[in-house]
Design a protein around this ligand. Structure first.
Ligand SMILES: [Zn+2]
Ligand SMILES: [Zn+2]
Length: 363
């Protein structure tokens, strides 16, 4: 279901927006919930939906958007359209640490003194991002890609970039922890945290346990972040951590988290991208089927032993491998590895003993 904006405001209250001035889209979802489309520059996703939830102590944001001057202006305009401003924000609830969700959180806190809440597992990634020197990260990526069987011409640029000085990247440290299963401390609202690891280890959905304002059938409304989107399958790769060698199973985590959300049966899903939709259970079913089919396809590719890189080259992407840009290939290989881990865990594939770089074969 696509919902048309019922309020369209510009930055100029007299309505005389300059020609070509981008209009800020504010959507009214009823029951003290609105959303603002905050643009993500140069990204096909287009925008992040930042939700504004009224509480008795002031508005609370769910996600904040990409850290960019135009995105900040859009957020501020949108808040003005909601009758508030960045200085009045009481708190910020972050679904996960990605920059299109957490990017502007620091600026919102600077403007208002708002708290920022995040799940501990993603909070740990924020801390690590702030502390890890870029050289450490590129050394980790180099070793990881070599182990995955990436060709030398793909790895070589990482060795060069290691010698360059990169600008510091410092996402805001959260000051509150989102505890799975618990209600957030929001005056006058019932918003419960549902831990949904997979897209990131600390991704959370937020379940607004209040009757749907239009009495749609189901249980409340779900702010789903990137976990459940109407038309996109979120990226499931490895939880890349230079300091942790634990063999995780992000795809297994994601599929478990999907089932958990399906059982909640919310009346409406308010995702962080695209548009609001109903029938969460049907969408969950679609995604579970999609991943099951993908695992089956990958297993048939493993009739011959393949490295994760070779598997990524043979997998189906939205364009031929030769046209996939450099950075996206790293993401693709991470996704191939997440699927391999799942197949190994299910006993449907195994590592070939003595292979280096390691290859996997169907069993
Ligand atoms: Zn994300
Ligand atoms: Zn996102």
């Amino acid at each position: 279901m696509t919902r048309a904006p019922i309020e369209t405001r510009s930055s100029y209250s007299d309505g005389n927006a300059a020609i070509g001035e981008p209009m800020t889209q504010v959507y009214e979802h009823g029951g003290g919930v609105r959303s603002i489309q905050v643009p993500i520059p140069d990204n096909p996703l287009g925008h992040t939906l930042v939700y504004v939830v009224d509480t008795d102590r002031g508005p609370v944001l769910i996600d904040t958007g990409w850290d960019d001057p135009a995105s900040w202006d859009t957020l501020a305009d949108g808040l003005a359209g909601c009758g508030t401003s960045p200085t009045e924000i009481h708190g910020v609830v972050i679904t996960h640490h990605h920059p299109d969700h957490h990017g502007l959180s620091g600026k919102v806190r600077d403007a208002s003194g708002a708290w920022i809440a995040m799940h501990e597992a993603d909070g740990a990634i924020v801390r690590r991002t702030r502390e890890t020197r870029p050289e450490r990260w590129f050394a980790y990526m180099t070793a990881k890609l070599m182990a995955a069987g990436a060709p030398e011409d793909h790895i070589a640029p990482l060795r060069t970039v290691r010698r360059r000085t990169l600008p510091g990247f410092a996402p805001a440290l959260p000051d509150r922890e989102i505890v799975p299963g618990e209600l957030l401390d929001l005056a006058g609202r019932r918003l419960r945290a549902i831990w949904t690891p997979g897209h990131t280890p600390g991704h959370v959905c937020l379940h607004l346990e209040e009757e749907h304002p239009a009495q749609l059938p189901g249980h409340g409304r779900l702010f789903s972040g990137d976990h459940l989107l109407p038309k996109i399958t979120p990226h499931i790769g490895l939880y890349e951590d230079p300091d942790d060698a634990t063999v995780t199973d992000p795809l297994g985590d994601y599929l478990d988290s999907l089932e958990r959300i399906g059982r909640l049966a919310p009346a409406e899903v308010l995702p962080a991208h695209q548009y609001v939709f109903t029938d969460a259970a049907a969408r969950v079913e679609e995604l579970l089927t999609h991943h099951e089919e993908r695992l089956t396809d990958l297993r048939s590719l493993l009739a011959e032993p393949l490295t994760p890189w070779q598997l990524a080259e043979r997998m189906e992407w939205n364009r031929p491998w030769a046209q996939i840009p450099y950075g996206s290939r790293n993401i693709a290989v991470s996704e191939a590895e997440a699927h391999l881990r799942r197949l190994v865990k299910l006993g449907r594939a195994e590592a070939v003993a003595g292979s280096d770089p390691v290859t996997y074969v169907a069993v």
